[in-house]
Write a protein that binds this ligand. Structure first.
Ligand SMILES: *[C@@H]1O[C@H](CO)[C@@H](O)[C@H](O)[C@H]1NC(C)=O
Ligand SMILES: *[C@@H]1O[C@H](CO)[C@@H](O)[C@H](O)[C@H]1NC(C)=O
Ligand SMILES: *[C@@H]1O[C@H](CO)[C@@H](O)[C@H](O)[C@H]1NC(C)=O
Ligand SMILES: *[C@@H]1O[C@H](CO)[C@@H](O)[C@H](O)[C@H]1NC(C)=O
Ligand SMILES: *[C@@H]1O[C@H](CO)[C@@H](O)[C@H](O)[C@H]1NC(C)=O
Ligand SMILES: *[C@@H]1O[C@H](CO)[C@@H](O)[C@H](O)[C@H]1NC(C)=O
Ligand SMILES: *[C@@H]1O[C@H](CO)[C@@H](O)[C@H](O)[C@H]1NC(C)=O
Ligand SMILES: *[C@@H]1O[C@H](CO)[C@@H](O)[C@H](O)[C@H]1NC(C)=O
Ligand SMILES: *[C@@H]1O[C@H](CO)[C@@H](O)[C@H](O)[C@H]1NC(C)=O
Ligand SMILES: *[C@@H]1O[C@H](CO)[C@@H](O)[C@H](O)[C@H]1NC(C)=O
Length: 456
């Protein structure tokens, strides 16, 4: 991250110190602000809703539903883990559609033993194929929560919990505290539960409306900064008009260090490969990557392929370098000014994203179901590709100054590190790179300012 800021400023040392300062502050500020808050999905969140459906002599039965309101960030296998802390001495008598990972100490109960007596229960989804008598609607997907754009029908997950030793009216019940959501690693931060207007349920024939006895909501938001300290994805570039292939920046996601950490990456030709891949990992979150100069689990390559009179064509390739992860239902978010005239997308699904009115330079791309929505582990099958056909807008289109390259790329909602703008392949005999990167910077800053102003 620091290197992005410094390399951006490095190429403009000849400018006045004021401009340098401004550029530096803006580029660094926008970079950090995209980590804490996602400008391309400003309201993205996961909302957890508790609907109390009935009061019991010693507590209540609630249906808990998690809605993934994020446009392009999903939770893939091994799925979500939800935790909270009870406000009083509540216990869970029974659960449907999910289970707690530990029962805890239920020794003070005789006869009927609760499902969980822990003060801070941890809940996981049940797996597909759970017996029908343990299911409820929207449950049992192994914790997978799809993104709102990609598969809204599977963007929610529910379970039912029957709580004892709890309040038995809306005046005595206490909302749980300290909600935690893992996916399964860190990244999400949950706010406090807020009592909201009771949910209304409309019957299938729409002739009757019922309502929950009481409802509270919890909102959880994602920050890439909390999820991992290092990037997980990088971008490489090439074009038909220049033979240079601009690789991902060296050490984007880590450095090869044979002396201190042998085995921090795997050479695909080594005999060690099979045993390293099958060895139990410390955590399924830790990637085991193929040795590359960038060491990223994911690389997105953008190749400017063809130039027609009215159109131009780009080939996008996503390569998986991680031996420990099949990416299911992966997605890509791309920002490029010509995306408002994207004419055709071959072999990927596509939807424009408009986080703000009038901003239509952003698109989401994802795989076609049963064809390329599964990005296999590193190896010969570990890549997917597509081509994009853009219609030229005469007033803005150019191959100069890196215009044909993307401004920003996310893979599965995480920012992919771009090469520094002054290294982009340039047109033979084009203007000096100083001017090129300056214009590029100016454009980026303008775009960032628009984001900042419209989000204020
Ligand atoms: C969560 O997302 C929903 C749907 O986009 C939105 O209506 C709601 O305001 C968001 N909540 C917060 C706290 O951002
Ligand atoms: C509790 O229920 C009563 C009606 O039974 C309602 O008037 C009151 O607003 C409810 N309070 C809360 C906090 O939901
Ligand atoms: C909630 O979590 C915070 C920090 O982890 C802790 O200080 C606090 O005591 C917790 N509250 C409860 C009720 O457990
Ligand atoms: C609570 O969550 C539900 C489901 O996401 C939503 O429909 C409702 O508007 C939310 N209420 C508030 C006040 O955020
Ligand atoms: C490898 O680790 C050693 C010892 O920690 C360190 O001095 C060296 O700079 C590292 N090399 C690279 C390429 O990161
Ligand atoms: C680590 O080892 C690999 C293969 O043995 C070699 O290609 C690479 O240059 C080495 N890296 C460093 C930093 O020594
Ligand atoms: C990836 O998927 C393949 C095919 O479904 C499976 O054989 C393999 O075990 C999976 N690998 C991991 C690390 O999940
Ligand atoms: C893109 O934004 C411009 C400017 O606001 C607007 O005129 C145009 O209709 C938008 N295009 C699409 C496809 O939404
Ligand atoms: C590009 O898209 C914009 C907005 O949709 C439209 O006004 C314009 O005519 C398009 N340009 C071309 C060359 O199709
Ligand atoms: C291709 O672009 C690179 C910059 O990445 C530049 O150094 C090189 O001179 C360009 N090649 C030609 C033929 O212009």
């Amino acid at each position: 991250m620091e290197s992005q800021c410094s390399s951006a400023t490095g190429s403009i040392v000849k400018l006045s110190s004021f401009t340098i300062l401004l550029v530096f502050l803006l580029s660094c500020f926008t970079f950090t602000s995209t980590e804490a808050y996602d400008a391309l999905d400003p309201t993205g969140n996961i909302t957890i809703k508790w609907d109390i459906m009935s009061w019991n002599p010693d507590g209540y039965i609630a249906v808990v539903t998690m809605f993934n309101f994020q446009q392009y960030r999903h939770i893939q296998a091994p799925g979500w883990t939800l935790g909270w802390t009870w406000a009083k001495k509540e216990v869970i008598w029974n659960m449907m559609g999910a289970q707690t990972t530990e029962q805890g100490d239920c020794s003070k109960f005789k006869g009927n033993i609760p499902h969980c007596c822990k003060k801070d229960p941890t809940v996981v989804d049940l797996l597909p194929g759970t017996p029908y008598n343990q299911q409820i609607a929207n449950c049992c997907k192994g914790g997978v929560l799809n993104s709102w754009v990609q598969d809204p029908a599977n963007a929610a997950s529910s379970f039912q919990v029957s709580v004892g030793s709890a309040g038995t009216t809306n005046k005595t019940v206490r909302v749980p505290k300290n909600f935690t959501l893992k996916a399964p690693g860190p990244g999400y931060t949950c706010g406090p539960a807020k009592i909201v207007r009771p949910t209304k349920f409309v019957s299938a024939d729409k002739r009757r409306v019922t309502q929950a006895l009481m409802t509270w909501n919890v909102t959880c938001t994602y920050s890439q900064f909390l999820a991992q300290k290092t990037p997980t994805c990088c971008v490489s570039l090439s074009s038909f008009y220049n033979e240079t292939i601009v690789n991902c920046p060296t050490c984007t996601c880590g450095c090869q260090n044979n002396s201190t950490e042998p085995g921090s990456c795997v050479d695909p030709k080594s005999h060690y490969l099979a045993s390293a891949v099958s060895a139990p990992s410390k955590s399924s979150n830790t990637p085991l990557v193929q040795c590359t100069s960038h060491m990223c689990p994911i690389r997105v390559h953008w190749h400017v392929k063809l130039n027609y009179k009215e159109y131009w064509r780009v080939k996008v390739t996503i390569t998986n370098f991680n031996y420990r992860m099949n990416y299911t239902q992966w997605n890509l978010v791309v920002q490029h000014p010509n995306l408002d005239n994207l004419t055709q997308v071959f072999s990927f699904q596509y939807k424009p994203l408009t986080p703000y009115a009038g901003l239509n330079d952003t698109a989401m791309l994802w795989g076609v179901k049963f064809y390329n929505d599964f990005l296999s582990t590193a190896g010969p099958l570990g890549n997917v590709q597509s081509e994009l056909l853009f219609r030229k807008e005469k007033s803005t289109f150019t191959f100069e100054k890196g215009w044909a390259f993307p401004r920003r790329i996310y893979f599965n909602g995480d920012n992919c590190v771009m090469p520094p703008p002054d290294s982009y392949p340039w047109l033979p005999n084009s203007s000096p790179r100083l001017v090129g990167s300056l214009l590029y910077l100016a454009m980026t800053i303008l775009a960032s300012l628009i984001f900042l102003i419209s989000s204020a």
